[in-house]
Design a protein around this ligand. Sequence first.
Ligand code: MLC
Ligand code: AMP
Length: 502
Amino acid sequence: MAAEDTLTHALCASLAEHANRPCLRVPGGRTWSYSELDALSQRLVGVLEDAGAGSGDRVLVQAGKSVEAVALYLACLRRGCVYVPINTAYTPAEVAYFVDNAAPAVFVCAHDQGAEFLAAFAQLRVLTLGIAGEGTLMEAAGSVAGTAAIAESAPDDVAAVLYTSGTTGRSKGAMLTQRNLLSNARVLIDLWGWRDDDVLLHALPIFHVHGLFVALHCVLLTGTEALFLPRFEPEPVMHEMADATVMMGVPTFYTRLLDHPGFTAAACAGMRLFISGSAPLTEQTFKAWESLTGHRILERYGMSETAMITSNPLDGERVPGTVGYALPEVSVRIADGSGTELPRGEVGIIEITGPNVFKGYWQMPEKTAEEFRSDGYFITGDMARMSEDGRVRIVGRAKDLIISGGYNVYPKEVEKLIDDVAGVRECAVIGLPHPDFGEGVVAVVVPEGEGVSLSQVRQALEGQLANFKQPKEVVNLPELPRNAMGKVQKNALRDQFADLFS
Ligand code: MLC
Ligand code: AMP
């Protein structure tokens, strides 16, 4: 990769090259061309400059999905800042951790939370951005001159930090470089046969790898168009499919569409590709989708730390329950607990190396060291087996992680808070099969006296924990099952309550 062959340069070149083409079409709103998006991002560079954000400075963003937010991402890259998006569901108490940890030069938050955050973070430059584009960020953009200058960047420079929760409950910021993101995007564009006339149906949030990097980079680097929906809802998604060719989604998108009464094969007549990831797609959903629509969903696998790792093929066999083969340039091995590669067919932990693997956790060198082998392989914590020809089948997780509707929930973080709830002696948080979210968060509670209810727990967690992390059910038990070492046997709990949501 040449010095100027960076994500920033590639994106800026594509925006210029495709200036007159449609870029983001907002249903019920208007279509932004590449030149309009470029012009806005250039003005936002001026705003970042005025706000004192320079090269390498973090820009923390908790804003709803909008074209303006995409322009802000591009402006950060152009200015050489590090883009740090966080989930819009996080409560102010959770946001305070990210402000402290990322030490951003600028924090862009939702317009209606501006006053609260301005008061809370008096030392910080806080700008606001609403989903309709209102807020102090856009006001400032109206009065600055745009700049077409592109800050110098090298392939190894950090472009973005994505926070991902740790097993201890403390979020870690995965530093993704220009090289990580550009190499991954180019591989996907090629592998998925991106066409000049592709139109992506974009209903994912844009604060995670899936919606921000996988989806948007495929579009922006090819000069193609996205139907940019504010969020996933079956009816509008089904309606917009008439104008789209590709959709990327988490498995919940597919199960909800299948459950939607009006959804038929006719709705996706013009579609060429359905891609799923971020959580396991069940064979049942794969087959139901194929029998209703005639399409075999292409499942791929990735992580915040690595972007995409494996993919089922575009042209070859897409096998349900598998995540396909290692991407070109990515090396995947299935290893035992000490990093030794296991024979094909045996279950072990997925370890990977390649140009997509992140640079390390922001200001956590010891955590970074823990998750890499001495030969450079990153330990994903996902368990899988690999067939003779290299096809990967994920069978579980070595990490204590729940994936609910594509969002990660780390039990430790939830347990720490529930342990402090009045009337709770101790608890264990587990994920159980859930028809809508894939896994549903459940708190198994040992009460001090009388039972503890779901509403008591949720009331106590209100304001402390994003709603999607909160238990959907609470189960009371006189004691938690433990092994001889005193460790809670979560597998036994998962088996005992496997049918809770069915
Ligand atoms: C929302 N809720 C959830 C939830 N999403 N609960 C559990 N799990 C979820 N994923 C809760 C809200 O807190 C709220 O609870 C209630 O559901 C309604 O909220 P909503 O905003 O109306 O939800 P909805 O629109 O239905 O959202 C569901 C969803 C959304 C599946 C559309 O979660 C989603 O867009 N998920 C995509 C996540 C994603 O992009 N992941 C990529 C990670 S990247 P209450 O209690 O207030 O009623 C990654 C790497 C890779 O993993 O490989 O891609
Ligand atoms: P995140 O930390 O949010 O990036 O989530 C990454 C995790 O999502 C991975 O470590 C996997 O556990 C899970 N994941 C992503 N894609 C898939 C998939 N196709 N099948 C199963 N798990 C997946």
